[in-house]
Design a protein around this ligand. Structure first.
Ligand code: FAD
Length: 317
């Protein structure tokens, strides 16, 4: 069976959930192999994690020569791993940086590229939500090694034992790839909550919060969810832009999205409408968000959400 490469998404060797989702998708297409670009001494620990999700091989590319630079060296490294593995497909977790890596890789390999997929079938057909979510496109790469970037939460990770054989790959990075250097980088402030685009549950607040996110955050913490916001809430200065969900914010696709005091403008929907289950709390029963929901509550979020938190606590007890 042909190998399917999965680029490992990690922070300092700590594997992030989208990697496990991609390994699960990779298994539909062939034999999953993980590609870890990071500190070589963390390769074994990474292999321990990814082999539990089906990775037969773990290509380890030491990033000593890569980490100080932006995307170009990563594309060169992946190109060299692909040359060694001759994969049937390459899956990459979708985000701003990796989509650019994927684009560069596609040029280098002369391959077709599909970005921001929300599903990939066994025959390589992807589903994408495009033009602010107004169209759903199914597509398939017809040239070269298919390169597909996949959004977080596109699949539930399924455990499946793989060999996890660590295979170090020595790569050569050209001077041309080192023209843009990272001067400083700041880790995300620790909030104790999951990252918005990776969270299985997102609880968002809009203008209807009136700037008081207490009830939204209490529900998020009860559910172990990330907190999101509409642009109106962000523009009002109630939350930073990193919280914004929508066309000009982040795209999320969690198992559960709870929209509170958010009217459901098309630009907001563009960032959340692929969520598996959508719940809205809005005091206006005519709010467009109700057209999209699986469950809707007409009411004041400052009353409904605390009652919901109490009920969840009661059921957990
Ligand atoms: P509103 O539309 O004002 O809705 C507030 C809702 O709260 C209402 O439905 C109201 O009934 C309800 N409400 C009020 N009080 C309560 C209460 N106590 N309890 C329960 N419900 C209550 N928007 C985004 O969100 N993300 C984007 O990325 C984005 N990008 C954009 C890009 C462009 C180019 C443009 C033009 C617009 C963009 N917008 C975006 C803005 C978008 O069009 C809407 O203006 C915005 O989403 C509205 O935010 P909102 O739903 O919080 O506010």
């Amino acid at each position: 069976m042909a190998e399917v490469l999965v680029l490992v998404d990690h922070v300092d060797g700590v594997v992030k959930k989208p990697t496990l989702e991609l390994l699960t998708i990779a298994k539909r297409l062939g034999e999953p192999s993980a590609v870890f670009i990071g500190a070589a001494d963390k390769g074994a620990a990474v292999a321990d994690v990814v082999k539990a999700y089906g990775a037969e091989k773990v290509y380890v590319v030491d990033d000593a020569e890569i980490k100080g630079y932006l995307v170009a060296p990563k594309a060169e490294a992946l190109q060299q791993v692909a040359a060694a593995a001759s994969p049937a497909a390459i899956l990459i977790p979708a985000n701003g940086e990796t989509n650019e890596v994927a684009g560069r890789l596609a040029i280098k390999l002369g391959s077709g590229l599909l970005v921001n997929a929300v599903d990939v079938t066994a025959d390589g057909v992807t589903t994408q939500s495009v033009f602010a979510g107004n169209f759903t496109v199914t597509a398939k790469v017809s040239t070269g090694t298919p390169i597909i970037t996949v959004k977080p939460n596109s699949a539930a990770p399924v455990e499946s034992a793989g060999a996890g054989t660590v295979t170090p790959v020595a790569v050569t990075i050209s001077d041309a790839a080192k023209t843009a250097q990272i001067v400083a980088s700041q880790p995300r402030q620790a909030t104790g909550r999951p990252e918005l685009t990776e969270a299985a549950i997102v609880v968002s607040g809009g203008r209807g919060t009136g700037g008081d996110f207490t009830a939204v955050e209490a529900l998020a913490d009860e559910l172990g969810a990330a907190v999101g916001a509409s642009r109106a809430a962000v523009d009002s200065g109630w939350k930073p832009h990193t919280f914004q969900v929508g066309q000009t914010g982040k795209t999320v696709s969690p198992q559960l999205y709870v929209a509170n005091g958010i009217s459901g403008a098309i630009q907001h929907r563009a960032g959340m409408q692929t969520s598996k289950t959508i719940v809205a709390v809005n005091k206006d029963e005519e709010a467009p968000m109700f057209e999209l929901v699986d469950f809707g509550v007409v009411g004041d979020l400052h009353t409904v959400l605390p009652a919901l938190v109490e009920e969840i606590k009661r059921r957990k007890a």
